[in-house]
Ligand binder design. Structure first.
Ligand SMILES: CC(C)(COP(=O)(O)OP(=O)(O)OC[C@H]1O[C@@H](n2cnc3c(N)ncnc32)[C@H](O)[C@@H]1OP(=O)(O)O)[C@@H](O)C(=O)NCCC(=O)NCCS
Length: 169
């Protein structure tokens, strides 16, 4: 059975490769330290039959948004700076891609973001796409590009909540 859990010492970070060196390096060298220091949270997708093997991972962090950088319809709703959540990283092991694992982790990340919104208050979910392909990947979840940063994308909280509602989450 698939499950998503906080990255720990028990997971085989060295054995993971998604094809993007900086993402692999982050998982191997930095993610656990950042977990320990409370800088961000990295979660891994594993199968309970082989729980050390990392099928994919994602990292969540908080961030501050300059409202003027948002699409105009959102920019005017907020004060000059506003708090948000960020999908700092998302990756699926190269030999496990295109099986829906990215989608599974995305929905889990959205659920966690909604819980933060309900308990602290944030205006939405941000991500920096690595390239045009990644941008299209995020757009299918309702992320919209920031006008002056084509690879920086924003998922408004209402869109996120509606998407989870539609999925019955
Ligand atoms: C991008 C990534 C996270 C997607 O995860 P995944 O498990 O492979 O994707 P899913 O199975 O959830 O994808 C579902 C759909 O998203 C779309 N999709 C998947 N990868 C895509 C990509 N790179 N570009 C555009 N669309 C993509 C497709 O429509 C796919 O459906 P299909 O397989 O029926 O064509 C994964 O491929 C990956 O880790 N890539 C390398 C690292 C990376 O680029 N991370 C993003 C950093 S910004």
């Amino acid at each position: 059975m698939l499950r998503i859990e906080l990255l720990s010492r028990d997971h085989d970070r060295e054995g993971f490769s998604c094809g993007e060196r900086d993402l692999d390096d982050y998982l191997k060298r930095t993610a656990r330290q950042h977990n320990d220091k409370g800088i961000s949270r990295t979660f891994v997708l594993v199968d309970s039959d082989d729980p050390a093997k990392i099928l994919g991972f994602f990292t969540l962090a908080s961030c501050e948004v300059v409202a003027a950088e948002l699409p105009p319809e959102y920019a005017k709703k907020y004060p000059r700076k506003a708090p948000a959540a960020k999908l700092a990283r998302l990756a699926v092991a190269r030999d496990q891609q295109r099986q829906g694992f990215g989608g599974l982790m995305m929905v889990d990340a959205m659920r966690r973001t909604l819980a933060v919104a309900e308990n602290i208050g944030i205006i939405g979910f941000f991500v920096d796409a690595k390239n045009q392909g990644a941008r299209e990947y995020y757009e299918q979840y309702g992320f919209v590009a920031l006008p002056d940063h084509r690879l920086a994308l924003f998922l408004p909280l209402a869109t996120l909540a509606a998407a989870l509602e539609a999925l019955g989450n």
